[in-house]
Design a protein around this ligand. Structure first.
Ligand SMILES: Cc1cc2nc3c(=O)[nH]c(=O)nc-3n(C[C@H](O)[C@H](O)[C@H](O)COP(=O)(O)OP(=O)(O)OC[C@H]3O[C@@H](n4cnc5c(N)ncnc54)[C@H](O)[C@@H]3O)c2cc1C
Length: 478
């Protein structure tokens, strides 16, 4: 029976394993599927810490329903009854500028009334339909695009915080085409953003689609009663004996027809042969694994910049807050020169995240643009970001698109202390799927032994991968 090994049990690895099992079963094929995870718990960046009545997310606090695959997966896993929609406040977002929280305008009238941009900044945006077209043959950065179409103030006060909110990255180092393909296509198809929005509105009307178009993310923000870890726990539970924790792969080699993985499993050195290997670990980890198999690929992966980010979860008594926290939270443009990137008001969006009378805030610290440190010359923010951060006045020195991909970081626990009502968690920013490849499949060959999930032809509707995992992993009760 062929063996497929997936490295990394974050959402990418877990979902890959799940769909492999389903599609092989549906196709009537057999395979042994093993998922190897370096950490003691599956889920990667998606982890929920529950303590003293607070539910604190390491990374994402939910997912958007406008991408159908997420909801389909939830239904397939049978956890739709655990879904918890966000409150309407999730749509209300703020930007800190000049020491004042400005509501992010979502509609054209709100935009022109907003004091977030100066009058000249707003007029410059009005001029957008007459802006010059895209430069030919260049992988333009988001920063260059925004300066060209919307002007420098819009870049600083609207685009920069938006990029912080999604990637914790630097707009001058991010490819527009890779990171924001919808905007890229809008300009090419309609000749500009305003024209594009009008064109899309017309097409929506033709198709009978109702509802206001907004500048915010589409769809509704959705989570689960006990946080996003519900999803990764459900996926991990399906894989049962195929999932191996505390197994860190450090090298992949080719020996004859087989791929041989070298790893540390519970502190012991081991080797394992596989027919097919899927790497669903961060690019820098993949780079290390592949250095002897394919140096060129390893170098390419190592060139993908990552933004370090730390998430601090803070619990306060509601009565002590001098702000109603009536929204999703706020982001801060780099020009404000603050040490934090922004804060999410998690308990306003998902009220069960904090006990009665308390609020939960998550504060983001770090990001490519604000930190001038790097752990290794090749692994954190792009090699030139440390010397060129805040490059609002010029083009970046390199146009290499591989250097300009998006961000993602790594997870490091810094501390956890709730006695004083404070808790800290930490996570790394995972890149936007359109920007970095999170699962790198490699072709492969023969086998040895190990316990794995087996994909077999499905008999009736019964699934084979239902061994409960919670006790074995000592996960908190749901
Ligand atoms: C603060 C924060 C907020 C976010 N908000 C959002 C959001 O709102 N919306 C959104 O879509 N996304 C968001 N993200 C991104 C989202 O969390 C990630 O895209 C997603 O969780 C990445 O999943 P992954 O499986 O690709 O990677 P990871 O979660 O990084 O998983 C990779 C796994 O590989 C394992 N691994 C690494 N090296 C090895 C090795 N050598 N051997 C074995 N295993 C290894 C790791 O331990 C890890 O478990 C956010 C991320 C963060 C940090």
């Amino acid at each position: 029976m062929p063996r497929i090994v997936i490295i990394g049990a974050g959402l990418s690895g877990l979902a890959t394993a799940h769909y492999l099992v389903s599609s092989l079963s549906d196709a009537g094929k057999e395979a042994e599927i093993l998922l190897l995870e370096a950490d003691a718990v599956p889920g990667g960046k998606m982890r929920t810490i529950r303590q003293d009545g607070f539910s604190m997310e390491w990374g994402p606090n939910g997912f958007l329903t406008n991408k159908p695959h997420g909801m389909e997966l939830v239904k397939e896993l049978g956890i739709a009854d655990r879904l918890a929609p966000s409150s309407d406040l999730a749509r209300k977002r703020f930007i800190l500028s000049g020491g004042v929280l400005h509501r992010l305008p979502e509609t054209p009238p709100a935009f022109f009334q907003s004091q977030l941009l100066s009058l000249s900044g707003r007029l410059r945006i009005l001029w957008e339909p007459f802006a010059s077209g895209p430069p030919a043959g260049v992988d333009e950065s988001l920063g260059e695009f925004a300066r060209r179409r919307l002007g420098p103030e819009a870049l600083e006060k609207l685009i920069d915080p938006m990029v912080t909110g999604i990637f914790a990255g630097d707009p001058d180092k991010m490819s527009l085409r890779s990171c924001f393909p919808v905007i890229y296509d809008l300009e090419r198809k309609y000749g500009g953003l305003v024209r594009g929005m009008l064109g899309v509105r017309k097409e929506r009307a033709k198709r009978g689609v109702k509802g206001e178009m907004s500048a915010g993310p589409g769809g509704a923000l959705m989570s689960f009663d006990h946080g996003v870890q519900t999803l990764t726990d459900a996926l991990a539970g399906r894989l049962a004996e195929g999932l191996h924790l505390n197994v860190s792969v450090d090298r992949i080699e080719r020996r004859g027809e087989a791929y041989v993985l070298s790893m540390s499993a519970d502190g012991k050195r081991e080797e394992m042969a596989a027919n097919v290997v899927v790497i669903a670990a961060p690019a820098y980890a993949a780079a290390g694994m592949l250095s002897s198999l394919d140096e060129g690929l390893s170098d390419l992966l190592d060139g993908i910049p990552y933004s370090p980010i730390t998430v601090a979860a803070l619990g306060y008594g509601k009565a002590t807050m001098g702000n109603p926290l009536d929204g999703f939270g706020f982001l801060i443009p780099r020009g404000e020169k603050r040490k934090i990137l922004g804060a999410l008001w998690d308990s306003s969006v998902f009220p069960n995240r904090a006990p009665e009378g308390k609020v939960l805030l998550r504060v983001m610290v770090g990001g490519c643009a604000r930190l001038r440190w790097r752990r290794s010359p090749r692994r954190s923010c792009s090699p030139w970001s440390a010397t060129n951060s805040g490059a609002s006045s010029g083009s970046p020195p390199s146009r290499s698109s591989r250097r300009r991909s998006s961000t993602t970081g790594e997870s490091r626990n810094i501390s956890s202390a709730t006695g004083s009502g404070w808790s800290f968690s930490s996570g790394g920013w995972r890149g936007f799927p359109g920007c970095t490849s999170t699962a790198t499949p490699i072709a492969g060959s023969p086998s040895t032994t190990a316990s794995g999930s087996r994909a077999r032809p499905r008999s009736g509707s019964r699934r084979r991968y239902s061994t409960p995992l919670r006790r074995r992993l000592r996960l908190p009760p749901q």
